[in-house]
Design a protein around this ligand. Structure first.
Ligand SMILES: NC(=O)c1ccc[n+]([C@@H]2O[C@H](COP(=O)([O-])OP(=O)(O)OC[C@H]3O[C@@H](n4cnc5c(N)ncnc54)[C@H](OP(=O)(O)O)[C@@H]3O)[C@@H](O)[C@H]2O)c1
Length: 319
């Protein structure tokens, strides 16, 4: 199944010929609003609030599911800062949070989720299993421990964090599929998988893989793995999407941003979203949450996209 970017009607703001072309393949989606067990007044209030949020929301479809196109990256966010940022992000309209057992903050992510007051079912939560826990029993134990820390009965997406050549992939993929079948996760996927590894994982998996999470920003050309994922209906989730802050001071991105009234960081995120990616920028600062989220109300032209792609020739990793 091909991947499609799903935009609400209100986000189709491209007016130039180039922008219209950019959106030619974009499928329109209007999110159904649900109001259950409400008084007429609270129904209207809630409905208009949800509308405000939904207007800014965009999704990437992969193998039959929809992933919010922007999520909050949670690596390196600790303690109170982590729970507060998660809470604020969700209050501001984010509907996707990316954590991992390795980040040692699943407890705080869960706290932030509950403090936000946003319904659990409205938020897409991803966690990841660390490679030393890829033997089937360890993987199951790890998944359950993550759920205990998050205080959730399931996550939306469970990923293998990095490949581990020491443990046969067949065993690990089998265990990962079991986590889906037993209901501990709604979806499964991988992270940092190359084309050959992804091909192997797909051949072994009885369940669809919905994403490959990889380092992707303007300084990394990932066209080969992106094309391989797209061909198989797998979404690409771009981690370090502002190159750990480096893209926010880039001259090329700043100049492009000026033409749109946007910052270089927003241009970096918009570039990836226009390439079809899910982006998971991290910030520890509440004031930057809104900036990073405001990337669905403008579009880069073909020429601007081409100029940004040229930066990828550097093949510079920020890890
Ligand atoms: N699967 C994997 O192996 C893997 C590896 C790495 C990362 N990830 C995931 O991807 C997420 C994002 O990647 P990342 O944390 O490496 O890097 P990133 O999101 O590209 O960059 C984060 C850095 O950029 C700064 N920043 C954020 N917004 C900004 C803005 N608008 N203007 C200027 N600076 C800004 C942040 O500083 P402030 O805090 O000061 O705002 C922080 O230092 C991680 O948190 C994690 O969830 C996954």
């Amino acid at each position: 199944m091909p991947i499609s970017i799903v935009l609400p009607v209100t986000d189709r703001i491209g007016t130039s010929v180039e922008n219209k072309k950019t959106y030619e393949s974009v499928k329109v989606w209007s999110v159904a609003l649900q109001a259950r067990n409400s008084s007429p007044q609270s129904y209207i209030t809630r409905r208009s609030r949800e509308r405000r949020i939904d207007k800014r929301m965009q999704y990437v479809e992969a193998n039959g599911t929809r992933i919010p196109a922007i999520g909050l990256g949670a690596w390196d966010l600790r303690g109170r800062i982590c729970s507060r940022i998660v809470e604020q992000a969700l209050r501001q309209g984010y509907r996707h949070v990316d954590t991992a057992e390795m980040y040692e903050n699943e407890r705080e992510v869960g706290e932030g989720l509950r403090a936000s007051g946003v319904k659990r079912s409205d938020v897409f939560i991803t966690t990841k299993i660390w490679p030393t826990h890829f033997a089937p029993r360890d993987l199951e134990r790890s998944t359950k421990d993550s759920l205990v820390r998050l205080r959730l009965s399931d996550v939306d997406l469970l990923l293998l964090h990095w490949p581990n050549p020491r443990i046969p992939l067949s065993e690990t993929i089998g265990a990962l599929c079991k986590m889906k079948k037993t209901g501990f996760t709604r979806h499964i996927g991988v992270s940092n998988f190359t084309v050959p590894l992804l091909t192997e994982a797909l051949a072994l998996s009885t369940e669809p893989l919905i994403t490959n999470q990889i380092e992707w920003h303007p300084y990394r050309d990932q066209s080969e793995i992106v094309a391989a994922c797209r061909k198989r209906g797998i979404a690409v989730t771009a981690y370090s999407p502002i190159a750990r802050g480096k893209a926010a001071t880039d001259k090329v991105l700043s100049t492009i941003g000026m033409a749109h009234g946007k910052t270089a960081g927003q241009v970096s995120l918009r570039f990836l979203v226009q390439e079809g990616a899910v982006v998971i920028p991290r910030t520890s600062k509440v004031e930057r949450l809104a900036e990073n989220f405001a990337i669905f109300d403008f579009a880069l032209t073909k020429g601007e996209m081409a100029d940004i792609r040229k930066l990828g020739a550097a093949q510079h990793s920020v890890l």
